[in-house]
Design a binder for this molecule. Structure first.
Ligand code: PMP
Ligand code: GLN
Length: 385
């Protein structure tokens, strides 16, 4: 194994899901829903397979999906992207992020990101030979993880090539405020760097969030330097389909396509028309999806509090982080390794998403994209423990 990949072991998600299977514990570790997405979408995929849409699709994605991605961004965020050249279909958001970093970063370039960060970011930055510059999100007195403006300013320098921004943010559930985004935008322009935004949780911002979801690309001066990434996995509860996309100005999208064509070439032929259909569902679908997850969040938050955790209530995503200190815990990794045996529940240690591990040592993450009965069972088990 090459040196640059040696620091990366098995992903925490694979490790914890295997532990859940082995112990029969309720798996609130890896974030994947336990119900399927909209029936019309499932039917469309089945029909596409039966209709013979099983060969390589066009490189940038089928025209009907690119048109639907473009229309969806116009409908919800007022963003205009030409489906022909400004939209690219990828193998999930994961491939879009990796291809963007590989396409835009020279070895030694720095990527500003926010820790705790989604685990693939560090690996993709390392594959490109680039260097990550993590800015730590820290919980304030109100329980919201926030950006320290001075720390963010200090992370930008002459080697900065890109900021990689995930909002709504996994694993903290923070939704970046307008003020935080404005500072990111100001720094991107002052240092002439690209922004790559991971917005896979764009439809999971709860009604009590401080700020609704605001795509960074909508801020003045940002559209021309931002590559906006999202995916069908979360919004339509089909994480295994791996249909993602990237939108942005033509030069950025064509750079990413140059890399994508040699990573996977194309992907997900029969799923593409199905996702195109789903993106066009009426607002009711998106509202209902969010409302369902918000009720599940409230259920889990209340249960974790009852069980004695210090809960940091998320504004978005389908994750909640909790402090184990009140339970006498000092190390989240140890806590999560023994939790399945002790309590029959799987969580993920947040520490593994930090470079500054101390900041996350006592935090663990639970996923609430599970049926209420499953969350209730998990909560009952944790309470007994
Ligand atoms: N980014 C973030 C922040 C995520 O949480 C996830 C899903 N776990 C992904 C990207 C991956 O998305 P996809 O499955 O579309 O590759
Ligand atoms: N995105 C999901 C999570 O954060 C799972 C991703 C994965 O398993 N790679 O839990």
């Amino acid at each position: 194994l090459v040196a640059r990949m040696r620091p990366f072991g098995t992903t925490i998600f694979a490790e914890m899901s295997a532990l859940a299977v082995r112990t029969g514990a309720v798996n609130l570790g890896q974030g994947f829903p336990d119900t399927d997405g909209p029936q019309e979408m499932l039917d469309a995929a089945a029909a596409a397979i039966h209709d013979g849409r099983n060969q390589y699709p066009p490189g940038p994605g089928i025209p009907e999906l690119r048109a639907a991605i473009s229309a969806h961004q116009k409908r919800f965020w007022g963003l205009d992207y030409d489906p022909d050249g400004e939209v690219l279909v990828t193998a999930g958001a994961t491939e879009a992020v990796a291809a963007a970093i590989l396409a835009l970063c020279e070895p030694g370039d720095e990527v500003v990101c926010f820790e705790p960060y989604y685990d693939s970011y560090a690996a993709s930055i390392a594959l490109a030979g680039a260097v990550r510059r993590p800015v730590t999100l820290r919980p304030g007195a109100d329980g919201r993880y926030a950006v320290d403006p001075d720390e963010l300013r200090a992370a930008f320098g002459p080697r900065t090539r890109m900021v990689l921004l995930n909002s709504p943010h996994n694993p903290t559930g923070t939704v970046f405020t307008r003020a935080e985004l404005a500072l990111v935008a100001e720094l991107c322009q002052a240092h002439d760097v690209y922004a790559v935004t991971d917005e896979v949780y764009e439809h999971l911002v709860f009604t009590d969030a401080a700020t609704p979801h605001v795509p960074l690309a909508t801020l003045p001066g940002m559209r021309e330097r931002t590559l906006r990434i999202s995916s069908a996995g979360k919004t339509f509860s089909c994480t295994g389909w791996k249909i993602g996309w990237a939108s942005g100005p033509r030069p950025l999208v064509s750079a990413v396509l140059r890399v994508k064509q040699f990573l996977t070439f194309v992907n997900g032929s029969p799923f593409q028309p199905a996702v195109a259909l789903a993106l066009g569902l009426p607002d009711d679908y998106f509202d209902g999806f969010r409302a369902g997850l918000q009720a599940q969040r409230d259920l889990l938050v209340a249960g974790l509090r009852d069980a004695g955790f210090g809960v940091l209530v998320p504004e978005g995503t389908y994750f909640v982080t909790a402090d184990i200190t009140p339970l006498g815990g000092t190390d989240g990794v140890e806590f999560c390794r023994s939790l399945p045996e002790r309590a029959g529940v799987v969580a993920v240690p947040t520490q593994v998403f930090y470079d500054h591990e101390d900041a996350g040592r006592r935090l663990v993450r639970f996923a609430f994209c599970k049926r209420p009965a499953v969350l209730e069972e998990a909560v009952a088990r944790l309470r007994k423990n």
